[in-house]
Design a protein around this ligand. Structure first.
Ligand code: ZN
Length: 165
C-alpha cells in the first residue's frame, strides 16, 4: 500500500468536480486501500478521491474510535436529509484550521460499496457529517466555503504563514 499525497488548499485541483465511476477494477481496489492507509496515517476520519488528485466519485471514511469501521462509498448520492446540526469541522486539505459548519443531521445516501453492491443507508451523527463533507469535496467544495468572508481571510492568512515557515 502507498501513502498518497494530500492536496492542500488553495490548490485549484481541489475545485475539480469528480466524475462517476463505471469500472470497479483492480486499480480501483488498490486506490481504495491506498486511500484508507493515507487517511489513517493522517489521523483523518474521511478522505475523498479529489483530495488525493483522483477525480472520481469515491470516498472512504472511518469515524470509529478503534478505526475498525471502514466505509467505502462509490458514486454517493444523498437522497434525503432531515434536521440541522452544527459541528466543528476540520479538513486534511486545510490543515491547522477548524470552524463550525451547519450540516443535515440525518441523511439517506445511495452508493455502491467496494464490491459494487448497491446500498441505501440511513446515516446520522459524525458519520452523516463526514459523508456530507466528503461529498462536497467530490463537487469541488470545501468546508471553508461556508464561512464568512472575514473567516476566509483568516484561513488565507494562516495558509500563507504556514507556507512561509
Ligand atoms: Zn475535507
Amino acid at each position: 500500500m502507498t501513502i498518497l499525497n494530500i492536496l492542500q488548499f488553495p490548490d485549484p485541483k481541489l475545485r475539480i468536480r469528480a466524475k462517476p465511476i463505471d469500472n470497479l477494477d483492480e486499480k480501483l481496489q488498490t486506490k481504495i486501500d491506498d486511500m484508507f492507509e493515507t487517511m489513517y496515517d493522517a489521523k483523518g476520519i474521511g478522505l475523498a478521491g479529489t483530495q488525493v488528485d483522483f477525480h472520481k466519485r469515491l470516498l472512504v471514511t472511518d469515524v470509529s474510535i478503534d478505526k475498525d469501521e471502514p466505509h467505502v462509498l462509490i458514486n454517493p448520492v444523498i437522497l434525503s436529509t432531515d434536521g440541522i446540526v452544527e459541528s466543528n469541522e476540520g479538513c486534511l486539505s486545510v490543515p491547522g484550521f477548524q470552524d463550525d459548519v451547519q450540516r443535515a443531521k440525518n441523511i439517506i445516501v445511495k452508493y455502491l460499496d467496494r464490491d459494487g453492491a448497491s446500498k441505501e443507508t440511513e446515516m446520522s451523527g459524525l458519520l452523516a457529517i463526514c459523508v456530507q463533507h466528503e461529498i462536497d469535496h467530490l463537487n469541488g467544495k470545501l468546508f471553508i466555503d461556508y464561512l464568512s468572508e472575514a473567516k476566509k481571510q483568516k484561513v488565507r492568512k494562516l495558509i500563507r504563514k504556514l507556507e512561509k515557515d
